[in-house]
Ligand binder design. Structure first.
Ligand SMILES: [Zn+2]
Length: 289
């Protein structure tokens, strides 16, 4: 083969490879919040925080929109729409409303958030739910035609929580959130999963906060890697060594947190926490590409 032919063939191969890579790239990730909760003492969530580090926090209820060429993805659907505009006690337990003080307005709810960034809610192909607590699975029923991705154990947990995590509904689990979603189309997982088969959106099994909690790892077109921990890491204090309260298993929680810290340190992944007021103020409400 002549040199020019070899070069042309090589170029063709490179083009084929790069176009394959382009099709595999996430177009963008948008970080938003289903309103805020608070202010309340940080010790209400993280009892291990020492006295000198006590402060009041007003936390975001993180939800994520991921635009991939093979489909629009929502990661967590936030607080149920019924608690919007001061109507918390009509749907959540009064005690939780008094402690959490959710500020969600109707315009903060995931369907409206999708519209704000140019998407019709019925275009959502996949809904990934980190876990079945009230501030993450609240609006799953808004997406009856989507594929719903959850750890199989979390489905068990959502419908029959451990007694020590509270079976009274509404509590941190709100049975009504899931009631109309029982017959949805679930991709039931037992561990990690490469969502589009191209390595761009990886579901990470991160149990501990609940029995079947999962997080997300997204590789952007820019080459950056984001990890949306959701409640596997609430906020910076957890990374600083103060374990969260409310855990199903402290051992699993610690292993999950460490796993993501190693991804940060070895791969250079950026960690995004589920409920960190300072991080959301600095980095929330915008696109990542
Ligand atoms: Zn949460």
């Amino acid at each position: 083969m002549k040199k020019a032919t070899v070069a042309a063939a090589a170029l063709g191969l490179m083009c084929a490879a790069s176009s394959a890579m382009v099709s595999a790239q996430v177009k963008g990730v948008y970080w938003t919040t289903s309103g805020f909760a608070g202010p309340f003492p940080i010790s209400g969530l993280i009892p291990t925080v020492p006295k000198e580090k006590q402060r009041d926090v007003t936390i975001p209820i993180s939800t994520w929109i991921i635009d991939h060429p093979k489909g629009l993805v929502v990661f967590d659907t936030g607080n149920n729409v019924a608690i919007s505009d001061g109507n918390c006690k009509s749907y959540w337990a009064a005690g939780l409303c008094d402690f959490l003080k959710p500020s969600q307005k109707r315009s903060d709810v995931i369907d409206e958030q999708l519209k704000k960034v140019g998407f019709s809610p019925d275009k959502v192909k996949i809904v990934i739910t980190s876990h079945t607590h009230l501030d993450h699975v609240g609006n799953i029923a808004m997406f009856p035609n989507a594929i719903h991705v959850m750890q199989k154990k979390e489905l068990y947990q959502g419908w029959w929580p451990e007694k020590f995590q509270g079976r009274t509904s509404p509590g941190t689990f709100v049975m009504a959130d899931l009631a109309s979603a029982r017959e949805f189309n679930y991709l039931e997982l037992n561990g990690d999963y490469d969502l589009f088969g191209d390595g761009s959106v990886l579901i990470l099994s991160t149990p501990g906060h609940t029995l079947g909690h999962q997080s997300l790892k997204v590789k952007l077109a820019s080459g950056a890697t984001m990890i949306m921990a959701q409640d596997a890491i609430w906020m910076q204090e957890n990374v600083d060594g103060y374990p969260a309260g409310l855990n199903y298993s402290v051992q699993d929680y610690t292993n999950s947190l460490n796993r993501m810290k190693f991804m940060r340190d070895i791969e250079g992944a950026q960690l995004f926490y589920g409920h960190d007021q300072d991080q959301y103020a600095a980095k929330g409400g915008r696109w990542y590409k």
